[in-house]
Ligand binder design. Structure first.
Ligand SMILES: [Zn+2]
Length: 199
């Protein structure tokens, strides 16, 4: 399989090329193109793993810290990106049927540790085909992408409070967000809590 040089060096760093690594790489390149770079892009992944590793690698390769937020609790997305300059958020939700091994191959997994070279070969071939298919697909064919406009509400000198239109709790204007025209508190903004410390 021919892979782009940047993905090749990522694979060398990791020691293998897995479907998750390919997913992280594909999504990272998509976001890099979308925002014209990964500068000022906050990144969160729903789980640790090869995809988060690939995203961190891409961010670092382009001169940024490579820090990925992995929340402890579940989220309504697989990957979240926030471009601080334009206030644009991208949500990615993977479409499982395009990124998972077929059931027949997954059933082989318990047998891989045993000394059965023929089984390992079949499994490896299936895995390679899946990686190849992920790399050939466009990102929007294996994930649902949602774009959201976000804006920090606070104006200098405004110490007032407002009400979150989602949870209806009062919130200080300093911590309020305009999400697609709705005024929200930090907790309802859909952004990751540890990103607020950057603001
Ligand atoms: Zn709220």
């Amino acid at each position: 399989m021919l892979v782009p040089i940047e993905l090749y060096s990522l694979t060398q760093r990791k020691g293998y090329l897995s479907p998750d690594l390919a997913i992280g790489w594909q999504i990272g390149k998509y976001v890099e193109g979308f925002f014209d770079g990964l500068q000022e892009v906050r990144i969160a992944a729903a789980a640790e793993g090869d995809a988060a590793f690939a995203l961190s690698y891409l961010s670092r390769e382009h001169g940024y810290p490579g820090r990925i937020t992995v929340p402890d609790t579940s989220r309504p997305w697989d990957f979240l990106f926030y471009h601080t300059i334009t206030g644009t958020v991208l949500h990615f939700t993977l479409i499982r049927k395009y990124i998972e091994l077929p059931q027949g191959l997954r059933a082989l997994e318990p047998h891989l540790a045993m000394d059965k070279p023929a089984v390992v070969k079949i499994y490896r071939t299936g895995l390679d085909l899946l990686v190849e298919s992920i790399l050939k697909r466009s990102v929007d064919s294996f994930s649902m992408i949602r774009q959201i406009r976000c804006r920090a509400l606070h104006a200098p000198g405004d110490n007032g409070t407002t009400r979150c239109c989602r949870c209806e709790r009062p919130t200080s204007v300093h911590n309020a967000w305009d999400i697609e025209g709705q005024i929200c508190c930090q907790a309802c903004s859909g952004l990751e809590p540890d990103w607020f410390t950057y603001h």
